[in-house]
Design a protein around this ligand. Structure first.
Ligand code: ADP
Length: 248
């Protein structure tokens, strides 16, 4: 059974903008896929559908299934427990005064015991390299630390599917390298929307390219990204990292 199964997903915003125009794909458990496409191609809208943040009900014959369960008004809670979404802007995600309180928020919503919550906070902070940051003020963290704190908060809920929106934007080169290393260690099924083509090559065996709300290509990352005409036609470019490699 696929971890994610999306069938003919369409979505139109209230003002009439058609953001998704019939998207279908499946993701196997443990797969890590890159979602590429120019600004406005529908990446964020798609990610928001994966954990039921958008919309309350899905139109017509569209379907989103997570581990076999179809997203519907009655089971949003179940789906949200399985899908952890890391927002593009950490300041949209962090809202508690201290790091420990923030990371504990998700597990508290799951109704876990105090002891279990404390254990998960400790574990997930260690996992993202923020051991000892428990009492630090979230608004005083560096940008890279904020990203890690957000990831810790999501990991503390132990989701089967991890969805990340531009996880390395605004990070300096070292921050990017460290964050990619962190992501590589996480065994969950991952969908990563990004403009960071090196990240796609390094972490994601498979890439889906979106443009105008449609899937333009779905295949092996090294093959798609080395296809210069394809990349240029959709507002992307062939990454330098592939300039000396041949697709095989
Ligand atoms: P991406 O993440 O690839 O940049 P988005 O999913 O944000 O793309 O946007 C897809 C399309 O939907 C764009 O045309 C965008 O302008 C539009 N859109 C996004 N959010 C809204 C909104 N809240 N209301 C109306 N249109 C929106």
């Amino acid at each position: 059974m696929n971890a994610i199964e999306i069938t003919n997903l369409k979505y139109r915003y209230r003002d009439g903008t058609e953001a998704l125009r019939g998207i279908s794909f499946g993701v196997s458990p443990g797969e890590c896929i890159a979602l590429l496409g120019p600004n406005g191609s529908g990446k964020s809208t798609l990610l928001l559908h994966l954990n039921g943040l958008l919309p309350e009900k899905i139109a017509g014959d569209s379907a989103v299934k997570i581990n076999g369960a179809a997203l519907a008004a009655g089971n949003l809670e179940t789906i949200r427990r399985q899908v952890g979404l890391v927002f593009q802007d950490p300041d949209d995600q962090l809202f508690c005064p201290t790091v420990a309180e923030d990371v504990a928020f998700g597990p508290q919503q799951l109704g876990l015991s105090e002891a279990e919550i404390a254990a998960r906070v400790k574990l997930s902070l260690a996992q993202v390299g923020l051991a000892g940051f428990e009492l630090r003020a979230t608004h005083h963290l560096s940008h890279g630390e904020k990203r890690r704190a957000c990831l810790a908060g999501v990991l503390a809920c132990q989701p089967a599917v991890l969805v990340l929106d531009e996880p390395t934007s605004d990070l300096d080169p070292r921050g990017r390298r460290e964050f990619k290393a962190l992501l590589r260690e996480i065994p969950a099924t991952k969908v990563i929307a990004t403009h960071d083509l090196e990240l796609a090559v390094e972490l994601c065996a498979r890439t889906i390219i979106l443009d105008h709300g449609e899937i333009i290509a779905d295949g092996r990352t090294v093959e798609l990204l080395a296809d210069e005409p394809l990349m240029l036609a959709h507002g992307l470019e062939r990454p330098h990292i592939l300039h000396h490699r041949h697709p095989h």
